[in-house]
Design a protein around this ligand. Sequence first.
Ligand code: HGY
Ligand code: MN
Ligand code: MN
Length: 411
Amino acid sequence: MKANQQRIEEHIELLSRFTATPGEGVTRLTYSPEDLQARNYIKEKMASYGLNVSEDGFGNIFGKLDGALANAPSVIVGSHFDSVPNGGAYDGTAGVVVGLEVAALFQEHKLKPTYPLEIIAMVEEEGSRFGGGLMGSRGMMGLLTEEDFNKLADKDGILATDAMTDIQLDPSKDKLRHPVTIKAFLELHIEQGPILEEKGIQVGVVEAIVGLSQLEVTVQGQAGHAGTTPMDRRADALVSAAQIIADLPLIALNEGDGTVITTGRLHVFPNGANVIPDKVVFTVDIRSGKEAHVQNAIRQVEALVRARDSGGISTSTEQLLYIAPKALDEKVRSSLKQASDALTIPYCSINSGAGHDAMVFSDFTACGMIFIPSKNGLSHCPEEWSDAGHLANGTDILFEVAKQLTEAQSL
Ligand code: HGY
Ligand code: MN
Ligand code: MN
């Protein structure tokens, strides 16, 4: 029995409705009312597929199918279910839906795993609400301390812990997941780029994931009247920020090897049309397949920012996230390739320019990822779209490998 394409399409469609920006893409921020709607949907489906459902102290959702072996490590399949602002219906969600479908196939095939199967839906991979990113996976693997988590707040100053309790989550629940409880982690994700579509290949087996850093730069100037303040007596935070940002692309080009740098978020204070900006806070997202380029770029950005410290302008740079490039597990990669061959589904090897929860888990357990094509290579936008047929094929591949890794038996 193969994956049920119609059921997959239905999950994607229904989950896409849980958005704060209907008609303008999916905006599902962590611990928002939309998170709660999607959470309830995912938990209800997990239960209907015979899984024991739980949530940890970050609000990560787990659906567990116990194995024949007591206290054995789990094979985890899943992804994240938060989004970027005005994002698409597939980023993260596709991997959660495929996890649900794998669980449904275990149920329909009456399979009993030897090692438990766990389906996971993680929070705050994008960092859209609390900054940084990969929060759910970093948190459960102990890379985000309870103390640091309790300090996290969104742009309105709402603490993550308060936002959790607002949707009836309990931040005092266990947060840590010991690595010995995980046998492997599998994730399907949309490619979010043009390669698979241009090659006409349905599946990419991910070899490695880029290293990335996210910096937050603060430029402090002096507010003033736009009309009465002479040009030679200003400390305009936005002009200085703009000069820094304009120089960033050159750093990426000089590093080469596909290094990329992006400023995606910028806040101006007090943001009045007739007020000289007092303060600007913006992000700098740096990525490269080679760690040395990421580190060089960080140093150059910090130097560029410091160079603006004059004439009433002061600056600071904070690193919200740093993660080195990660090669995924050799054995799991070959299992994914063999399963694709056995199912006569064409595949190629591919590297990921996007960050993923799999890069967090890869320091603790055997990880594998497969990509499916993104239409026109678009993602992080309402136009994001992938073919449910490709999702079904990807599910069949993950189902095969999950059966092998859990050593599942027919009841
Ligand atoms: O930014 C990324 O690469 C991912 O979408 N969080
Ligand atoms: Mn994303
Ligand atoms: Mn994603």
